[in-house]
Design a protein around this ligand. Structure first.
Ligand code: KG4
Ligand code: ZN
Length: 331
């Protein structure tokens, strides 16, 4: 079954064609980064307008790249939430109208579950069950995945998402937006042990996260070292990144132990972080766990993951209704 996936939850307009939830026929991601860059973050009003301008072109490009016409599409999957309401409504309404006009089955997909499905689109998908760390700009959580359509939350952030902390620290260091990839890059030139920021373990035994404290610790360091901080940017970036990575890896490995699984995975924009990938490989490997991380281009927001998640929902009998609405927060 060929599923057309559509994603517009934040600042990426994306469309993809995926066969049987496994094989990407095309995947187009149109980023609005240039539009939001100068504001230092996503401006919701602008984001929805840009989605509206891009959506038809992006879907057309996805069909062209796959060498297919609309007639080849057998079902439509679209992100329903969580995300920015105005942005979600553009992709959601477009998908609904397309499905209605073509008489096609369609389904709304939870964006977070979508991220997990990026794992099945790469060469080495994990067998069930496994524990996955979802780390993105909007969410950070641990999930026990039992089947393609069943996952249980083990823990989540009580305040900022890890990606949000990366973005805010990058802003404090005048590195621009979005900051995760820049911190990843410049941290390589710094010494992660030179400036030690607190490890926000919260409760060491539990599985919830908290990243606002570490962000405040970086802000304090900058305020106290007003004169010298510009010459220490790489060390600050490396020290901050190390603290976040250590907590994420520690909790993921412990969650695998608690749920007695042999496989761990990591998805979402922050899963592209090289230090995080290195340390997870090393520490999970030491515990005898098999590690699954999607290729970098499937870590961030894309529509192939939405199509893959939608395929499994449709196979299990789920269908969207014409009165369905989007949602901003996870339920
Ligand atoms: O999954 P995603 O594309 O969008 C959301 O659903 O939020 O994640 C975007 C987040 C941003 O906060 C960005 O700074 C972060 O992922 N990110 C990274 C890296 N690449 C992107 N964070 C750390 N290291 C990276 N290499
Ligand atoms: Zn995302």
């Amino acid at each position: 079954m060929i599923v057309l996936g559509i994603e517009s939850s934040c600042d990426e307009t994306a469309a993809a064609l995926v066969r049987d939830g496994r094989e990407i026929l095309s995947s187009v991601v149109s980023s609005q980064v240039e539009v939001h860059h100068r504001y230092g973050g996503v401006v919701p009003e602008l984001a929805s307008r840009k989605h509206l301008e891009a959506i038809t072109r992006v879907v057309r490009e996805a069909l062209d790249a796959a060498g297919l016409g609309l007639a080849a599409v057998e079902a439509v999957a679209v992100t329903q939430g969580p995300g920015l309401i105005g942005s979600l409504l553009v992709g959601f309404s477009f998908a609904k109208a397309l499905a209605y006009a073509g008489g096609l089955p369609w389904v709304g997909v939870n964006h977070l579950e979508g991220h997990v499905h990026a794992l099945y689109l790469s060469g080495d998908p994990p067998e069930f069950p496994f524990v996955v760390l979802l780390v993105s700009g909007g969410h950070t959580g641990l999930y026990h995945v039992i089947s393609p359509t069943r996952m249980q939350r083990i823990g989540q952030t009580r305040d900022d998402a890890a990606g949000e902390a990366f973005d805010k620290v990058a802003k404090m260091l005048c590195l621009g937006y979005p900051g995760g990839a820049v911190i990843d890059r410049i941290a390589r030139e710094g010494d992660p042990a030179k400036i030690r920021f607190p490890r926000p373990y919260l409760d060491k035994e539990g599985f919830d996260f908290s990243f606002s404290g570490i962000k405040t610790a970086v802000a304090k360091y900058i305020a106290v070292n007003r004169e010298e901080f510009k010459s220490r940017v790489t060390d600050i970036a490396a020290g901050f990144q190390e603290a976040v990575v250590e907590v994420l890896v520690y909790k993921l490995v412990r969650a695998a132990g608690a749920r007695q699984v042999e496989r761990v995975a990591m998805v979402g924009g922050v899963a592209a972080n090289r230090r995080l990938r290195e340390r997870l490989e090393a520490e999970a490997g030491r515990e005898g766990l098999k590690v699954h991380v999607p290729p970098t281009e499937l870590c961030g927001d894309n529509a192939a993951m939405v199509a893959a998640a939608g395929y499994h929902l449709i196979q299990s009998g789920r269908r969207g209704g014409l009165d369905a609405d989007v949602f901003s927060r996870n339920r």
